[in-house]
Ligand binder design. Structure first.
Ligand code: ZN
Length: 360
């Protein structure tokens, strides 16, 4: 991390819950930081935010994008005894949902609770002992005795996140909740910060976009990219590191943490933008790993590339272990390299930069 302000910003981003559909607090942290070095910051009705650096003249516009939302849970039902049953928000995993401290968020603030877990001594085949639970079996105990008492604290539809924050396991390895994709927000903000200091070398307009609602279908990115119609989009999100036990690399490819960002090939990834990124990385001495996209990238890239008449786009990803869990784990060296890729790519663009497949 380059300085203390950047470090503080990252910590604030990581500790501020931003469950999908309820991202205001998280985007606020991002927006207030980016405002310091953007010419202009715009937001839309659903809460996505974008910082812009504009240069004069008729030049191309490049979009740097990362989603701001995180997966979570939502209050679904409250029993007469005051137990709060939940459903998932986005791709949460019910296997790991029991015996955790959680925060229920609403207008009044935060309510602390724990997801119930029947003690191992009392488990039986009858009560689902040892089996993967369905979401309808997960409940939160908020320490009350009745539905009436519970409804004074929470209401149906309140979002829930795990109460885990983050921890550095050593100088480079970071673990925590919602690194997917708070780290992407950090990366594009830091890239903008560096670009703002090199404005005299900049030949294109730059927009950094922190989009809402990726985890439920890439909706925020769709709204904002339709509005901006940039000439090119560089998207960053997390990707599965496959370097831990039990993952078949023949099936999922080889991706390791600490070996650099991954460049994805195929699908929404425009071949010329991909080559451009490869050249930028080679020139800057940044090691990259490669991944194949068979159908979808599963990121906002899928939402951005086909807007209106098409936006040449490419995804460059951060290898992440244990995705969609409270202990997501990444390597900060990969993060810093991703910031450099974004910065170098933007600075390498020409004023009339285009990426037509049949051009040139
Ligand atoms: Zn993500």
């Amino acid at each position: 991390m380059s300085d203390n302000t950047s470090k503080q910003f990252l910590e604030n981003l990581l500790i501020t819950p931003s469950p999908t559909g309820f991202e205001k607090a998280g985007v606020k942290v991002w927006k207030e930081y980016v405002e310091q070095f953007s010419d202009e910051v715009v937001t839309d009705a659903y809460g996505s935010a974008a910082g812009k650096i504009n240069i004069s003249g008729d030049v191309a516009t490049v979009l740097l994008e990362a989603h701001c939302d995180e997966i979570g849970m939502v209050v679904q039902h409250i029993t007469d005894q005051g137990f709060v049953y939940v459903n998932k928000l986005g791709g949460s995993d019910s296997t790991i949902a029991r015996a955790k401290k959680v925060l229920i968020h609403n207008k009044r603030g935060r309510v602390v609770g724990v997801t119930g877990n029947t003690a191992i001594h009392l488990q039986s085949a009858k009560n689902g002992g040892g089996k993967q639970p369905a979401w309808k079996e997960i409940y939160v105990d908020i320490g009350v005795n009745s539905k009436e008492e519970a409804l004074k604290l929470v209401q149906i539809g309140d979002p829930i996140t795990y109460a885990t924050d983050f921890e550095f396991l050593n100088d480079t390895i970071l673990t925590g909740r919602a690194i997917d994709n708070r780290m992407g927000g950090y990366i594009i903000a830091e890239a903008m910060k560096r670009i703002s200091k090199k404005k005299k070398d900049l030949k294109v307009n730059v927009i950094a976009l922190n989009s809402v609602q990726e985890e439920v279908g890439g909706f925020g990115a769709r709204m904002m990219s339709y509005r901006f119609m940039p000439d090119v989009a560089l998207v960053t999100d997390v990707t599965h590191a496959t370097d831990t036990p039990g993952i078949d690399q023949k099936e999922h490819g080889t991706v390791e943490i600490g070996k650099g960002p991954t460049i994805q090939h195929g699908g929404a990834n425009h071949p010329k933008v991909v080559s451009f990124l490869e050249e930028v990385c080679e020139k800057a001495g940044i090691d990259v790993q490669h991944e194949a996209t068979s159908v979808r990238t599963g990121t906002d890239t899928d939402s951005i590339f086909y807007q209106q008449t098409g936006i040449p786009s490419a995804l460059i990803s951060l290898p992440l272990r244990y995705m969609h869990s409270p202990v997501e784990t990444c390597n900060m060296n990969d993060v810093n390299q991703l910031i450099s890729v974004m910065e170098e790519a933007v600075l390498a663009m020409r004023p009339d930069q285009t990426f037509g497949v049949f051009e040139g």
